[in-house]
Design a binder for this molecule. Structure first.
Ligand code: CTP
Length: 399
């Protein structure tokens, strides 16, 4: 999603400045065009040459004396986004007060696109009232401030002030660059497997990793939607800017979905809900006994089918994980559950379905049309799905 985007990475003079090399490398790997501006203090920590090699592009070190005199206006006009990684307390203070003693601060004043600021400093400085107030000013002005992480700091202290890793910041950058075309909509997304207990230590589950559902939630958030994510157990980190509700069982997921259904405009049921649960849940850990045992299962409610019966204005999206006859089964599900769209995939194909980072899907519409998407990253699949959802929504969709 960052392909072809023009990004300026501004580096200020803190010990975390060396991490800018990793961010630039990350952005280059995503095929963004990157230019780097170093403050004088940043050059104490890192050589311009290193960044020139990694960025495969120009590095700017001052207003004067470089190949180009006063490059700030051109840099401001020609680039899509400015990220300050890391931003020192001094730089944040200058920015808050509109001071422009060097190239980076001058560029910040001239820049009219999205600006992402990543503070990194000692915890005592970060919690200082002046720094807090300056950061609040920047946020009020519309700059995106990525909060530092908590952990061991360069000086040996433990606290909040660590620069977030490149992947976290790249996601924020990506989000800042997508159009906010879902503003005003509320999406309810479910993700991950459910866990159906047999006893206090054992359960039945499935291979869903939650990656697709989390990608839909993140993409919708990036496009300005309010997102409620109801997630079964996954190993994924909590996505910022999303209301995350964690559940275990299908029954608990159903309860949370119902709680949030009325306020939702769009429901995307990505979760791999267990169709059955053990009939008896032993309150004690079951002991080893006879060589063969039989477990009885009862059916779980089909959450999506229930929503299909009750929906009013909501647009309902289901997922269909199949192992053959994909389109036919997907269409049958769409009909049976009264859905507006089904995302179908053949989980036997490589790079599709459970656990993979990519997916290979068909979007199956109510009017019989379908769209086969090439294999792509789940976040990109999510955007294509949201394009389709928006299309249906704008087409005056109402029951
Ligand atoms: N789903 C649900 N509640 C269930 C089972 C499934 O809400 N108890 C939802 C899933 O989140 C998914 C869709 O229904 O969006 C399709 O689920 P799937 O398990 O593929 O379909 P089933 O209807 O269970 O049919 P089958 O297992 O026979 O393929």
């Amino acid at each position: 999603m960052l392909e072809g985007k023009k990004i300026v990475v501004g580096v200020t003079g803190g010990i975390a400045a060396y991490k800018a090399v990793e961010l630039v490398s990350h952005l280059r790997a995503a095929r963004a065009a990157v230019k780097v501006v170093l403050t004088r203090a940043a050059q104490e920590f890192i050589q311009p040459l290193t960044l020139r090699v990694v960025a495969e592009n120009e590095v700017y070190t001052g207003l004067f004396g470089g190949a180009e005199v006063l490059p700030h206006i051109r840099l401001a006009l020609e680039n899509d986004l400015l990220v300050i990684y890391p931003a020192t307390a001094n730089f944040i203070g200058q920015a808050a007060w509109g001071l422009a003693p060097d190239l980076l601060s001058t560029l910040l004043l001239a820049f009219q696109g999205p600006v992402v600021i990543c503070p990194a400093m000692n915890v005592r400085m970060y919690t200082n009232a002046a720094v807090r107030e300056n950061l609040r000013r920047l946020q009020e002005r519309g700059y995106i401030v990525v909060p530092p992480e908590t952990g061991r700091l360069a000086c040996g202290d433990v606290g909040t002030g660590r620069l977030p890793p490149p992947a976290v910041v790249a996601e924020v950058i990506q989000g800042a660059l997508v159009p906010k075309d879902l503003t005003g909509l509320t999406l309810l997304v479910t993700a991950g497997p459910t866990r159906e207990p047999l006893d206090p230590v054992r359960y039945i589950t499935n291979r869903s990793s939650g990656k697709m559902g989390y990608a839909v939630a993140r993409a919708a958030r990036d496009r300005g939607a309010r997102v409620v994510l109801i997630s079964g157990p996954t190993a994924l980190p909590e996505p910022p800017g999303i209301s995350l509700i964690r559940v275990n069982t299908a029954l608990a997921m159903r309860e949370e979905v119902w709680k949030h259904f009325d306020a939702a405009d769009v429901v995307v049921m990505c979760a791999a809900v267990s169709d059955y649960r053990p009939k008896q849940v032993s309150p004690e850990k079951m002991k080893k006994g006879p060589p063969e045992i039989t477990v009885e299962f009862v059916q779980n409610p089909d959450i999506l089918a229930e929503l299909g019966e009750r929906k009013r204005r909501q647009l309902l999206v289901g997922f269909a994980a199949e192992t053959g006859n994909v389109l036919a089964y997907a269409r049958a599900k769409l009909e049976a559950k009264n859905l507006d769209l089904v995302v179908a995939n053949d989980v036997r194909q490589e790079g599709a379905g459970f656990e993979a980072d990519t997916n290979l899907v068909w979007l199956v519409f109510r009017d019989g049309r379908f769209l086969e998407l090439p294999r792509m990253d789940k976040y990109q699949v999510a955007h294509r799905l949201l394009d389709a959802i928006l299309g249906i929504w704008k087409g005056g969709y109402r029951e």
